[in-house]
Design a protein around this ligand. Sequence first.
Ligand SMILES: [Zn+2]
Length: 423
Amino acid sequence: MAICGTRFRLFPQASFAAAEVAPETVQIATPARQVGPGPADHRAYTVYPIGKRQPYGISMDLKDNTLSLPPWHGPIYLPALPDAEGHFDYLPPGTKQFEMAHLFGTVRFVIDVWESYFRRPIRWQFGRDFPRLELSILPSLQNAYAGYGFIEVGGHGEGESFVPYSLNFDVIAHEVGHAIIYSELGVPDPEAATGEYFGFHESAADLVSLISSLHFNSVVDDLLLTTRGNLYTLNQVSRMAELSPDEQIRLSSNDRRLSEFSRGWKKEHDLSQPLTGAFFDILVDIFHEELLARELITPSLEEMSDKLLATPHYTSFMQRLFDDAFARDPDGFKMALLRARDILGTYLATTWDLIEKDDLNYVDVAEVFLEVDRQLNGGRFLRLIRGNFDLRDIGWVEVGPQLQPFGSDSHAGSVRTLVPRKS
Ligand SMILES: [Zn+2]
């Protein structure tokens, strides 16, 4: 990232509520002094409206289904202002201005990460109507949405226990993920929108969040120190919560299979999990390949970690081997993980560039991803990629019908309601 960028302080993970977790200073690519009050730059601007009663989208109390879209023209709280050098990292947590800077800084940080994987700017889906993305803080909203021209965040809980999503990196990054997929794939024809399209959307949003969070030194260091590089451990559901320092990593390292949905699905986030889990395991396997290539683990350890996975011996035996290997070269482990992260990020961005939105299914996602590996890397990871999709039953079962309408906690409903139909 550019050295002359603008500084922000971000909480790398949702555990910000714990007093001891400090925000980490990052730089976004927009040069200092080019981010104005808001914060605002050429891609996005932040508002904290006063007196906004409804979230953007379809107004529920209006019978004519009026679509409410940005910009917000009403009164706003005092925006976050840059310091004399043009940075925002001086703002103290606990203020509305810190919240605004945190929301904006997170969105721009995530965009920088993904534009580096796409190797080009992401052009907003709403670009012909709105030159910039509006970032709006609406505490009465018990959710967060990415829609046509906006990302709007509320929070959860009430009164004293209210936790604002403006300070939650995972939630914001997930919404940027939706915005990226809307922009790269567009919205399918209603007739051609499959359940798997919605599952794919959620999965992509989670992966955007996961990979972006691995751009924080503290997250990578925590993950490696806690697991000593034995990321397979995260798959063992019972130990996940205890071991994973990061909510997004906990969600992504799941063991769900697509065959669970052959009779149908209710929540698109559940349907997304076999796909997200497959990509998480691909990340772990690529990490192992990188460790092998650097001779930080032996081929026999790598082989064992595949075979012993399901046995009781696995945990303690494998952990001891990883403890020793990690202790010998922690920096090498970190380099290998960052390399694996960037390979997966680049493969995913390239896959999203190529995949078609209509009649989308996970098999197509898997096939395009394999093709990307062939084009970019001569098929280096073909075997492990296929193996992981097979393990999730992707390519072996058909997904059943949608069994209940989208709920109020859904993001997918917004695909249908928040995007103005244009001829
Ligand atoms: Zn979502």
